[in-house]
Design a protein around this ligand. Structure first.
Ligand code: PMT
Length: 400
C-alpha cells in the first residue's frame, strides 16, 4: 500500500542551495501516492528550473499570486491540500511564517491554510544558530507546526555544521506521520525488540548482537499508520507517542511474561526480538570471583518459546489475532524459514540472512523473504530497515 495514497500536498521550495533536493523529494512523494503542487519562490528559481517542476509535479507549479488562472490561488491551494510541505525552508521563509507576513505565493499560502504545515529547515550553520532564527523556530513549533531540524554535514562553500536539509526519507516519514494513511487506527500491536540478556551473575550475562534497529523501525511504521503499540523491549526507544507504551525487560523470561500479558488485549504480535534459547539455570547472587582452578561451569536450561506460546494461546481468543515471527538464518535461509514457520505456527515469518555483512545484527539495512502460512512469499530486496518495516507492516495490515 502506498503511504500517501489520496493525499494532496503543496510543496513549497525556498531559495537555498538545497532547492535541487526538492525535485527528488517531489518525485518520491508522488511515488508514495501523493498529488503534489509545487509552489516556487522567486529565489528558488535561481537554483532550480521551472521546467523540471512542470515536468515532474502533479499540477502546474505556482510562482506568483497573479499570473495563473485563479484570482485567489492562495486560498484555493490552502483549502485544497492536506499539508503544505516546505523544503528547503530558508531562514527567510521561517521568519515570514513566524510573523505571518504574506508577500509572495508561498508565504501567503502558508498563512491561508488550516492544513498541516511541515517545514524542513536548511540554511548556513551561522543562520541556523542565529537567535532570531532560533526564536522563529520556537514560535512556529509552539503554534503546533512541524519544523524538521537540518542535519550536520558539509554545507555550501565547504563549511561543516548543522544546516543541511534533512534526508529525503526523514521528510517523507514526517509527512506520512502527519497526513499518511491511518489504516491501522484502532488496532493494537505488540512488538518485541532487541536481544535478551541472560544473567550469569549480577554483572555478567549471555547476550546477542541485536541492536533493536529493525524492531524500532517497525514500531515507527505502525505508529505512522495509526496503530497503538506496546513495545516489549530490551533497548531504549527514541520515539514518543501517546499511542506507544514501552515495557522494558531484560531476560527471555521477563519478555515472555510481558509479551503474553500485552497480547491479551492486542490484535497482533510482531516478534522481532532476538530471544536467547537458553539461560543459566542458577545465576550467582554475587559477582563470580576469579581464582586458580575456579572456572565456573554454566548449566543452561531451555527458555520458553515465546512466539510458539502466544500462537498456541491465541487459538483460544475469540477475536482475530495475527502472529508475525522473524527468523535469523545463516544458511539455507528460505528452506529453514519454511521449516520454522511450520514449527512456530505463526501467520507470517520474516526471514533474514544474518550471515551477510550488510544484513547482520546491528546493520542499517536488511533483506528479507516474507513467508505466509498459506505457502506464499514476498521477497524484499536490500533496503534500509525502515523500508523493510513498511513491507512487514503492509503484510500484517493485509491480514488484519
Ligand atoms: O535488532 P537488529 O540489530 O536490527 O537486528 C534485527 C534482527 C536480526 C534481530 C531481527 O531482524 C531478527 O531476525 N529477529 C529474530 C531473531 C531470532 O531470534 O530469530 P530465531 O530464528 O532464533 O527465532 C525465530 C522467532 O522465534 C523469532 O521471532 C524470535 O523472536 C522467536 N523466539 C525465539 C526464541 C525464543 N525462545 N522465543 C521466541 O519467541
Amino acid at each position: 500500500m502506498k503511504r500517501l495514497e489520496g493525499v494532496s500536498l503543496a510543496l513549497g521550495v525556498g531559495g537555498g542551495i538545497a532547492a535541487y533536493k526538492a525535485v527528488e523529494l517531489m518525485r518520491r512523494l508522488i511515488d508514495e501516492g501523493a498529488t503534489v503542487t509545487p509552489i516556487l519562490t522567486a529565489n528558488s528559481l535561481n537554483f532550480v528550473g521551472l521546467t523540471t517542476f512542470r515536468a515532474l509535479g502533479s499540477n502546474e507549479p505556482i510562482t506568483s499570486l497573479f499570473n495563473g488562472d485563479s484570482p485567489i490561488p492562495h486560498t484555493k491551494i490552502g483549502q485544497g491540500v492536506d499539508a503544505v510541505v516546505v523544503a528547503p525552508a530558508t531562514a527567510d521563509i521561517l521568519s515570514k511564517f513566524a510573523v505571518g507576513s504574506c508577500d509572495d505565493a508561498l508565504s501567503t499560502i502558508l498563512v491561508s491554510t488550516d492544513a498541516k504545515v511541515i517545514l524542513a529547515a536548511a540554511m548556513h550553520k551561522e543562520m541556523w544558530a542565529h537567535p532570531a532564527v532560533v526564536e522563529n523556530v520556537a514560535t512556529i513549533r509552539r503554534r503546533g507546526f512541524v519544523v524538521i531540524d537540518p542535519e550536520h554535514g558539509i554545507l555550501a562553500g565547504g563549511d561543516v555544521g548543522f544546516g543541511r536539509l534533512a534526508a529525503t526519507e526523514v521528510v517523507i516519514d514526517s509527512v506520512v506521520a502527519e497526513v499518511g494513511s491511518k489504516d491501522l487506527a484502532g488496532k493494537s500491536v505488540v512488538v518485541t525488540i532487541g536481544g535478551t540478556r541472560e544473567a550469569i551473575d549480577p554483572v555478567r550475562f549471555i547476550g546477542n548482537r541485536s541492536s533493536g534497529k529493525q524492531g524500532f523501525a517497525i514500531v515507527s511504521a505502525l505508529l505512522d499508520r495509526g496503530a497503538s503499540v506496546v513495545a516489549v523491549s530490551t533497548v531504549e526507544l527514541q520515539v514518543e507517542s501517546p499511542r506507544l507504551e514501552v515495557v522494558r525487560v531484560e531476560s527471555a523470561l521477563e519478555m515472555d511474561g510481558a509479551t503474553r500479558r500485552s497480547c491479551e488485549d492486542a490484535d497482533a504480535l510482531i516478534m522481532c526480538a532476538a530471544v536467547a534459547d537458553y539461560r543459566v539455570e542458577t545465576p550467582w547472587n554475587s559477582k563470580f570471583k576469579r581464582g586458580s582452578g575456579n572456572v565456573p561451569e554454566l548449566k543452561l536450561v531451555e527458555n520458553p518459546d515465546i512466539l510458539a506460546g502466544v500462537v498456541s494461546e491465541s487459538k483460544k481468543f475469540s477475536r482475530k489475532f495475527i502472529t508475525v515471527g522473524f527468523a535469523a538464518e545463516t544458511d539455507d535461509v528460505e528452506k529453514n524459514g519454511r521449516l520454522k514457520i511450520a514449527k512456530k505456527g505463526c501467520d507470517i515469518l520474516v526471514v533474514n540472512d544474518v550471515s551477510k555483512e550488510e544484513t547482520r545484527f546491528g546493520s542499517a539495512d536488511n533483506e528479507v523473504v516474507i513467508l505466509f502460512a498459506d505457502g506464499s512469499s514476498r521477497f524484499v530486496p536490500l533496503a534500509p530497515k525502515r523500508a523493510i518495516a513498511i513491507e512487514v507492516v503492509n503484510a500484517l495490515a493485509e491480514r488484519l
